[in-house]
Write a protein that binds this ligand. Structure first.
Ligand SMILES: Nc1ncnc2c1ncn2[C@@H]1O[C@H](COP(=O)(O)OP(=O)(O)OP(=O)(O)O)[C@@H](O)[C@H]1O
Ligand SMILES: [Mg+2]
Length: 497
């Protein structure tokens, strides 16, 4: 086996904080190597060192056994290292081809276009070169990111949580694709929080904890519980726990319609209600109207028919701010687009809701000290790690810790309705379990909770009732404890059979 990439005793500090301390990591050509660890463990930082975005303070990077000093992402690409980042770096307004060219400058467009088509066909998908990147479904944007890197000739392919934004089906397809790359000789590094990806789709596993390598092992004979213990240092067991008291109807969708278009599935005759003290799980295969339903609930998309009621008031026409004031909290699926402003400080990101709700006085007399103090408490309470001051830019948080910040903010104040869209995506097992506990606590305090998730395990674990979204309609409804197989069947039925 050839050595692809080796990181030897790498230390990386940000100010006085060591994000990595003497980390060793080796990925061979021909293997899929899973890199695991808690939120903030240093996974992205280590991979950013590997691809030249950060220079290590100590230690070295080797390619095929030779020490190299990588001058930046371009230089890394020239050396055969390609990284698909945790947060996409596509230019949404550019076409697919222009995005590829941006990454592969100096080559004729026609040649690059033809190579892109060939490569895409070989790894089993097609890409509309003329389409605007921003209009592609997220799974295609992901493939475009991978293609960009492969066209550059990458033999060391780093994927930072590539399936966090994908549905289970799309994730499985991606696992097939990366196995193919490894079979062709690439060293593929898969950063993930999904245990089954490491256990079933990798050849080797490295676990980081608090900036140190704590294990290098193979998946053979290992079970999820053992792997969890390696990652977070303890067993995490979650058990279903149904609501003990269901109250009055809080939110009610009555015949809601949303016209579909090219990039958007329509919603048809959606009728469901959620009561105080219950978690209503919306199950379904991704792409069956989940995002559209979330947008309708958040007030980002106006229904083309029907009515949305909250606490007896017609809120169909209310926008996001009005709904917040009425007590709607949202954990959006795309925490970066709808959740955080990376350039703003942790405190300001935390405070926006409170400011809008008037909790810190009006804009003119904003009580900054109070807002900061609340932010500090919340960071503590929700275990947002890596905050070295409330004035620190939110962009410097690790992916999962940024998510925890959004979640902390949404749980502040009086909530009548909590909308949570795939809330544990991108979180480590412990943080995921903590968010689940929060949702249950909100329910037990009398909120109506709507959980949209394409992870059926998550739905079954949390929901008191379950609606199955299929083809933009509610195909079936179940009361927990519900039969998994029956729900599965409803997920794939299309109302006509
Ligand atoms: N540019 C930076 N400046 C300051 N601190 C940083 C910077 N980049 C990362 N960090 C800190 O380094 C630590 C490791 O972050 P990193 O992004 O590597 O974690 P991760 O393992 O990828 O976590 P996640 O699973 O949440 O994505 C965190 O505490 C993070 O806040
Ligand atoms: Mg990360």
């Amino acid at each position: 086996m050839t050595t692809g990439l080796a990181l030897r005793s790498v230390t990386k500090r940000f100010g006085g904080f060591a994000a990595l301390e003497e980390v060793d990591f080796v990925a061979h050509g021909g293997e899929v190597h899973a890199l695991l660890g808690e939120n903030g463990a240093g996974k992205s930082t280590l991979m950013n060192v590997a691809c030249g975005i950060y220079a290590p303070d100590e230690g070295r990077v080797e390619i095929d056994g030779k020490a190299v000093s990588i001058a930046g992402a371009r230089d890394a690409a020239a050396r055969g290292i390609g990284m698909v980042h945790q947060h996409f770096k596509l230019v949404p307004a550019f076409s697919v081809l222009d995005n590829i060219l941006l990454f592969n400058p100096g080559r004729p467009a026609a040649e690059v276009g033809a190579e892109a088509q060939r490569l895409a066909a070989r790894i089993g998908f097609d890409l509309p070169l003329e389409a605007r990147a921003g209009t592609l479904p997220v799974a295609e944007q992901q493939r475009l990111e991978i293609l960009k890197v492969l066209i550059g000739g990458a033999r060391i392919v780093i994927l930072d949580e590539p399936t966090a934004v994908l549905s289970p089906e799309e994730g499985t397809a991606l696992m097939g694709l990366i196995r193919g790359l490894a079979d062709e000789g690439a060293a593929v590094i898969l950063v993930t929080h999904k245990l089954h990806e490491a256990l079933h789709h990798s050849d080797r596993i490295t676990v980081l904890r608090q900036g140190r390598t704590i294990a290098e092992t193979t998946p053979e004979g290992m079970n999820p519980a053992e792997l969890t213990t390696l990652i977070v240092g303890e067993q995490i067991v979650e058990e279903p726990e149904l609501s003990s008291h269901v109250g009055e109807r809080v939110i009610w969708l009555n015949g809601v319609e949303l016209a579909g278009d090219a990039g958007r599935r329509g919603l048809t005759g959606l009728d469901f209600q959620v009561r105080a003290g219950e978690i209503y799980g919306v199950a379904g295969v991704a792409g069956n109207g989940q995002s559209e339903l979330a947008e309708v609930l958040m007030g980002l998309a106006r229904p083309t028919g029907g009515t949305v009621w909250m606490d007896g008031e017609n809120i169909t026409e209310a926008g996001p701010a009005g709904r917040r004031r009425a007590g709607l909290a949202c954990i959006p699926v795309d925490r970066y687009r709808h959740g955080l402003a990376g350039r703003l400080s942790v405190a300001d990101n935390y405070a926006v809701n409170g400011v809008l709700a008037g909790r810190y006085g009006g804009w003119m007399w904003l009580n900054r000290a109070k807002a900061r103090a609340r932010a500090r408490e919340a960071v503590e309470e929700f275990d947002v790690q890596g905050v070295r001051g409330m004035g620190q830019r939110a962009a410097l948080l690790s992916g999962g810790n940024a998510q925890k910040l959004v979640i902390a903010r949404e749980f502040e104040g009086e909530t009548r309705v909590v909308l949570a869209h795939s809330p544990s995506r991108g979180l480590d097992v412990r943080a995921g379990a903590a968010v689940h506990a929060r949702l249950r606590a909100a329910r037990d305090a009398g909120a109506a909770v709507i959980l949209i998730s394409d992870d059926l395990d998550e739905i079954l674990l949390l929901s008191d009732r379950i609606g199955v979204l299929s083809d933009g309609r509610m195909a079936a409804e179940f009361t927990a404890p519900a039969d998994r197989a029956e729900i599965g069947r409803a997920m794939v039925s299309h109302g006509d059979d």
